[in-house]
Design a protein around this ligand. Structure first.
Ligand SMILES: [Zn+2]
Length: 420
């Protein structure tokens, strides 16, 4: 995993540090937008972005035709055709490219069709929010259509847009792969670790269903004896299904923060705090052993973005105390841990705030203890996350997650060192 992230991060860190050391005025290097930003900027004037390397196969006339086709669909479709290789700004990963472009565009609704990092004539589909248009399957189907076998990138893209517009990608994908005998499709139409449906979705779905069934059985047997303070088993199911996805999201978020740092015009101290958060997020990501650590990466990334936006939003709330995966907290509440006397002032998301106010248990991020029990993360002693509540329990404005990771608090938590 670290091998996957390191080259880009190392390059970026070196570059940024070198620039800082050389005391180059921020403005002079801030003018060069990052690759993700450049693509997002281009997409604001046309829904089709084609890297010069692909202009041979998708010349300007075809680009205009594709743009017209997109406009006729009335859907928030954008197309990014660009070469992807390991070590580039997206680390050769179309999912990372998609996350960063979505982030930079700053829009909620987006259907993105991109080239693939592993197979140059393949396309991948991504969609936010939800999967209402079945874009992933629709775009993946193109690679299996006999009629598309000898066609170029432009024709494939046109077909992908057509199938997304039809809105029945699942069926299109099933039909296109029928003659493959029902086995999982060969990986050449989908990136190995992309958000593509097949490689992980089915095992994940089965795991979720199995765990949901186990949870129902568990509830049935235990209901009369033990009240469940938190929906633990539900979260276990979600955790099993989502950890791989969360890891990829965390990786993309770290790269995205790196991009923001690279193009920032913040004051030196804010930039330094953002750089510290970025470095700390990388440290935690490299050694992350489960969902609580990956949530910590997201909290550190949020800290980094907050540092860069310090002038606009001087005192932003941290992520939700009960579960940082809920996103940014919306308000503060006073809350008392079951069986403890002292109450805590914590920042929570809207859903958790409502839950606590109506005396329901919020959906808490769970952590696995050394003897393999699932407990709320804040009940784990000697954990950076329980001590800080992912930002809610910091000592003051001078305290930060990055500072604590920087002084070794996170590494000391690791009872079994993973590397040298
Ligand atoms: Zn929450």
């Amino acid at each position: 995993m670290s091998a996957k992230r390191d080259p880009a991060v190392l390059l970026l860190t070196t570059l940024v540090t070198a620039l800082l050391l050389a005391a180059v005025p921020a403005a002079s290097w801030a003018k060069a937008p990052s690759p993700g930003e450049r693509i997002a900027n281009a997409l604001r004037s046309s829904p089709v972005y084609v890297d010069p390397a692909y202009e041979g196969s998708v010349p300007p006339t075809r680009q205009r035709e594709l743009a017209d086709q997109v406009a006729r669909t009335d859907l928030p479709i954008k197309v990014v055709l660009t070469p992807l290789t390991k070590g580039d700004s997206f680390n050769g990963d179309s999912a990372t490219l998609a996350e960063i472009v979505h982030d930079r565009l700053g829009v909620r609704d987006l259907i993105l069709i991109t080239t693939d990092g592993n197979f140059t004539d393949s396309l991948n589909g991504y969609e936010w929010p939800g999967e209402a248009h079945q874009a992933q399957d629709a775009v993946a189907a193109v690679g299996f259509l006999d009629a598309m076998e000898d066609t170029g990138l432009a024709d494939r893209t046109a077909k992908a847009i057509e199938l997304v517009e039809e809105g029945d990608g699942e069926k299109a994908y099933e039909e296109a792969t029928e003659d493959l005998g029902g086995d999982p499709p060969p990986s050449n139409s989908r990136s190995e670790k992309g958000t593509s449906t097949q490689p992980w979705l089915w095992p994940a779905l089965i795991a979720v269903l199995a765990l949901a069934a186990a949870f129902v059985a568990f509830l049935f047997v235990r209901r009369r004896r033990v009240p469940l303070p938190y929906p633990r088993a539900v979260f276990t199911a979600a955790r099993t299904a989502d950890e791989a996805l969360l890891r990829r999201q965390a990786e993309a978020e770290v790269l995205s923060l790196g991009e923001s740092v690279q193009s920032a015009t913040s004051s030196t101290s804010d930039l330094q705090r953002a750089l510290d958060a970025y470095a700390a997020a990388g440290t935690v990501l490299d050694a992350a052993r489960g969902t609580p650590d990956l949530a910590g990466v997201l909290a550190l990334v949020a800290e980094g973005h907050d540092a860069l936006a310090a002038l606009i939003t001087p005192a932003p709330l941290p992520l939700c105390f009960f579960n940082p995966l809920h996103g940014r907290a919306a308000s503060h509440i006073t809350w008392r841990l079951l069986g403890r006397r002292e109450s805590l002032r914590v920042a929570t998301c809207t859903t958790c705030t409502e839950a606590v106010r109506s005396r329901r248990a919020p959906e808490v991020l769970m952590s696995t203890t050394e003897d393999d029990r699932l407990v709320p993360y804040f009940e784990v002693s000697n954990s950076l996350w329980s001590r800080t509540g992912y930002g809610s329990l910091l000592a003051g404005p001078e305290d930060s997650l990055a500072l604590r990771v920087g002084r070794g608090d996170f590494s000391r938590d690791l009872t079994v060192p993973e590397r040298g």
